[in-house]
Design a protein around this ligand. Structure first.
Ligand code: CMC
Length: 426
């Protein structure tokens, strides 16, 4: 018999099992609390609530550790490739050479989108935010790929996963090209995943496009850094949407909507805008004063789980320097502002007390800008990379025999029951 937790309520005691994971805090299993004691727990924002059991990703926020299937993020960023990480997240183990070759074939086989799908983009205004296009376009995938929407068929689940990972770069690149008024570029299956995406974004039919291996590797590493992050807002959105039995394309569209917010994936765009607004190192003290007066947030800082340096931010910082050197912008004034801002914040009592450290978004904006992307595309790139995490988590949930529709309870503080009042008597 394992540990139990005892909760005394209204003179009686309820005993609840305590579950142990392979890492991280134990969890009190409160599933029988309502039937045993007629009370709910209250935890808006899920600050102390594990919403599911998962074997995919583990974060130790105090130590600043992020593991995918047990492998540290810095090792994956240095030694692996994004597609290999996709396989790892989906299947649980690193692939053998033969498994990798088959997986790569399956992904490249699905990179094109239905020709009629392209017309879908024409309905958007040219100045539409590309994330708005992503929410609509990805949701529309379920109208084009009916043959992989039966969630009870394991083969269809895997095909939908391959399709999502394969088509999301094509859709993201189209959202970008549409905003520029340039022709869509078809995917090329002889390119790597990252190179194909960069090519679809930056090549034009009028001239040859040559990949820069440093930038391709940086793009791939940025995808790795964003591939999954356990039960964050967008992933929880995907799981909740999927818990009703909705098809995976619709669930991922819901995840993209959730990611868009400035406190989540939208922070990379906001972080760059903030650095631009600060402009020069001399303006930093005033800006920090404003943050401490609660006039604004320091974007790219702070995290619900990390109370230490985000391990992704460290890799991103290195990648940032590599990319800036490769494009000849080592003296980018915004990099100077970012580094000085980080230094000042990390030595300031306000940030130290609250354990606020740079997160992945602090350096990603400068890096993505140097790669050639406008700020509106930053969150799109995050969505592209996170798609594998979403689909892996969705698949894990569907394959969990104890899975139930997600249905939170509430603390109701509205009017008690009362009788309807006719309009003339109000
Ligand atoms: N700038 C200034 N103060 C902050 C910041 C910040 N970026 N983040 C948190 N705080 C303060 C907050 O005001 C609070 O202070 P107090 O206790 O005195 O009221 C304290 O720190 C704790 O913050 P919280 O809001 O309770 O923390 P949370 O876990 O609810 O929020 C967060 C986490 C990421 C939403 C928040 O830190 C934030 O808004 N950061 C800026 C946006 C950002 O960079 N988001 C990207 C997250 S990483 C990428 C991703 O996975 O999406």
């Amino acid at each position: 018999m394992g540990d139990t937790a005892k909760i005394g309520i209204g003179g009686s005691t309820v005993e609840l099992p305590v579950l142990k994971g392979t890492a991280g805090p134990d969890v009190v299993d409160i599933r029988k609390l309502y039937s045993g004691a007629d009370v709910f727990t209250y935890d808006p924002g899920f600050t102390s609530t594990a919403s599911c059991e998962s074997k995919i990703t583990f974060i130790d926020g105090d130590q600043g550790i992020l593991l995918h299937r047990g492998y540290p993020i810095d090792q994956l960023a240095e030694k692996s490739s994004f597609l290999e990480v996709c396989y790892l997240l989906l299947h649980g183990e690193l692939p053998t050479a033969a498994e990798y070759a088959e997986f790569e074939h399956n992904i490249t086989y699905h990179t094109m989108v239905h020709e009629q799908f392209d017309r879908f983009f024409q309905g958007f205004r040219r100045d539409a935010h590309p994330m708005a296009i992503m929410v609509g376009a990805v949701g529309a995938l379920s109208a084009f790929y009916h043959d992989s929407t039966n969630i009870d068929d394991p083969e269809q689940r895997m095909i939908s996963a391959h399709r999502m990972i394969a088509k999301i770069p094509t859709i993201a690149a189209r959202a970008y090209k549409y905003s520029l008024g340039q022709p869509f570029v078809y995917p090329r299956n002889d390119c790597s995943y990252a190179e194909n995406f960069l090519r679809m974004c930056f090549s034009v039919p009028a001239e040859d496009w040559k990949p820069n291996p440093v930038l391709t590797r940086a793009m791939d590493r940025i995808f790795i850094l964003h591939a999954d992050h356990e039960q964050n807002a967008s992933t929880s959105t995907v799981r909740l949407a999927g818990s009703s039995g909705a098809n995976p394309f619709a669930c991922i569209a819901a995840g993209i909507a959730s990611l868009w917010g400035p406190k989540h994936g939208g922070a990379n765009e906001e972080a760059l805008n903030m650095l631009k607004e600060i402009g020069t190192v001399e303006n930093i003290p005033d800006f920090v004063k404003g943050v401490k007066n609660r006039e604004r947030l320091l974007m790219g800082f702070g995290h619900r789980v990390y109370k230490n340096y985000d391990p992704r931010a460290k890799v991103m910082q290195t990648t940032c320097h590599e990319v800036l050197a490769a494009v000849g912008h080592s003296n980018d004034p915004l990099l100077k502002v970012a580094m000085e801002l980080e230094k000042i914040a990390l030595s300031d009592e306000f940030f130290i007390e609250r354990k606020l450290y740079p997160n992945v978004d602090f350096y990603s904006g400068i890096t993505l800008r140097a790669l050639g992307f406008p700020p509106e595309m930053f969150t799109v790139l995050f969505a592209l990379a996170r798609t594998v995490g979403w689909i892996a988590q969705w698949k894990e949930m569907i394959e969990d025999p104890s899975q139930k529709i997600g249905r939170p309870r509430q603390l109701y503080t509205g009017a008690p029951q009362r009788d309807y009042v006719a309009v003339e008597k109000r």
